[in-house]
Design a protein around this ligand. Structure first.
Ligand code: BES
Ligand code: MN
Ligand code: MN
Length: 453
């Protein structure tokens, strides 16, 4: 283990600079304008795997963006760790809110600012560097397979096919993922569950064209007015969701589980201040941890229609739109919730309007076991490098492919995340602390060691 420390110390600058180079590639999966950059990023990841010591690495084309796969089989008798991550990033806009270019990484006050710094380039790259340390010091105690995809931020549709087509190649004993957060450097933690997702778009149509709001106003339904009412009715005064059947399958936590969840350190004032809100708000009867971790939600992600340009235009619009997402918890099923939403929302159509609901991607919620060998290895690894046992928490975000690792490959996952909730992932000024990056690189080899023991 001394050798790991020495290798890391000797190569710290290079490890950091390599990450910065990766962050300079704008691998935005959602925007076809960046298709070439996504491909270039895939090549860079493949090269990084080879340089780190993989026996083989390849860029695997898909119907969308490619998947990068590399492996080193030390000895088939050893356990195998399948590392999963994503090299694609979210779009960077609104650009004007960034303090420096999203693809021109800078380090300020010990933090790397760039799109993808935390989600997920900074985090998956820790695994390549940790692997390098083990490979170059001849201390690999597990076989390593690495699968880094380019479509996580757009739903991982082609990765699902890749799993089905490569069951044999992806054979492993555990999936290890760093794409989640921990509480803080003082309070290491492990997320033991992720929420699922149902995402859809709604369109409300009124008159067959935009109208003069004076000539026709008051005479026909305004689709924006109606859409707002429909959306408002989706929550009651306790912020419960009103879609019939929505909560039918929701697994309630036991009192002991709720207590454990709320035992994690949390400073309400600090939370409010950091977000610039004068109060938290959410479903009645639940704490913030419960609301963001184990309760389902419904949020409007965007809403548009009519005139939103400069100045005023008196218009009664023909159409109104919204993008709506629901975060799901065990044992809700994305497809079922999508159908419940669709039925309910269409039934809300008021006279003079028609409503269309269009489903987008979804994903299932997951819970990862805390009693298995893998969780124990992760907990022990964190304890080794942080000097403290990690706290189990529940994550509010979604990584849809995790449920499929279990379903298609029969594999459990450990979410060994080193991000922080305030790393601004998907927001302007995304960052990742240099300290977290190196702490991750330091911790991961211990996972391999303890998992093999
Ligand atoms: N890494 C995130 C998910 C995440 C973040 C989980 C923080 C736990 C803590 C991932 O890249 C992500 O953003 N997922 C999307 C879903 C996807 C289908 C677009 C999400 O959660 O919105
Ligand atoms: Mn991610
Ligand atoms: Mn993301």
């Amino acid at each position: 283990m001394e050798a790991w420390k020495a290798y890391l110390e000797d190569n710290k600058d290079r490890f950091l600079n390599e990450l910065l180079d990766l962050l300079r590639i704008p691998s935005v999966s959602a925007d076809s304008k960046y298709k070439g950059d996504v491909a270039k990023c895939a090549e860079a990841v493949k090269q990084a795997m080879l340089d780190a010591g993989c026996d083989s690495a390849e860029v695997c084309p898909t119907a969308g963006h490619p998947i990068v796969y590399g492996e080193k089989i030390v000895n088939p008798a050893l356990p195998t760790v399948l590392v999963y991550g994503h090299y694609d990033v979210q779009p960077a806009d609104p650009l004007e809110l960034w303090h420096s270019g999203p693809f021109e990484p800078v380090i300020k006050e010990g933090k790397i600012f760039a799109r993808g710094a935390c989600d997920d380039k900074g985090q998956f790259y820790m695994h390549i560097k940790a692997f390098e340390i083990m490979a170059k010091t001849n201390t690999l105690q597990c076989n390593v397979k690495m699968m880094i995809e380019g479509e996580e931020e757009v739903g991982s549709a082609n990765l699902a096919t890749f799993l089905e087509d490569n069951v044999e190649k992806l054979k492993a004993d555990i999936v290890l993922v760093s794409d989640t957060s921990m509480i803080s450097m003082e309070h290491p933690s492990i997320e033991t569950g992720l929420r699922g997702l149902a995402y859809l778009e709604v369109e409300v149509t009124g008159p067959n064209r935009d109208l003069h709001s004076g000539v026709y106003g008051g005479g026909v339904a305004n689709p924006i007015n109606e859409l707002c009412k429909m959306i408002a009715s989706l929550h009651d005064e306790n912020k419960h969701i009103t879609i019939p059947g929505f909560y039918d399958k929701v697994q309630e936590l036991t009192d002991a589980e709720r207590k454990a969840l709320n035992d994690a350190p949390f400073d309400l004032k600090e939370y409010e201040e950091e977000l610039g809100v004068n109060s938290v708000a959410g479903e009645k009867g639940y704490t913030t941890f419960e609301r963001t971790g184990v309760r389902p939600t419904l949020d409007v992600n965007g809403i548009w229609g009519g005139y939103t340009g400069e100045g005023a235009k008196t218009v009664l619009p023909s159409k109104a739109f919204a993008k709506i997402s629901m975060r799901l918890v065990p044992n809700q099923v994305s497809q079922e919730i999508t159908e419940l939403f669709q039925q309910h929302f269409e039934s809300l159509a008021t006279p003079g309007t028609t409503v269309v609901v269009r489903p987008h991607h979804g994903g299932e919620p997951v819970v990862t076991p805390t009693d298995g060998k893998a969780y124990q290895a992760a907990a022990k690894a964190l304890e080794t490098t942080f000097g403290k046992a990690p706290i189990p928490t529940r994550g509010g975000g979604s990584i849809p492919i995790i449920a499929l690792f279990e379903k298609v490959l029969g594999l459990k996952t450990v979410l060994l995340g080193f991000g922080l909730d305030n790393d601004n992932i998907h927001s302007p000024n995304e960052k990742y602390d240099v300290a977290n990056y190196f702490k991750g690189i330091e911790t991961i080899p211990y996972f391999h060691k303890y998992f093999a023991e």
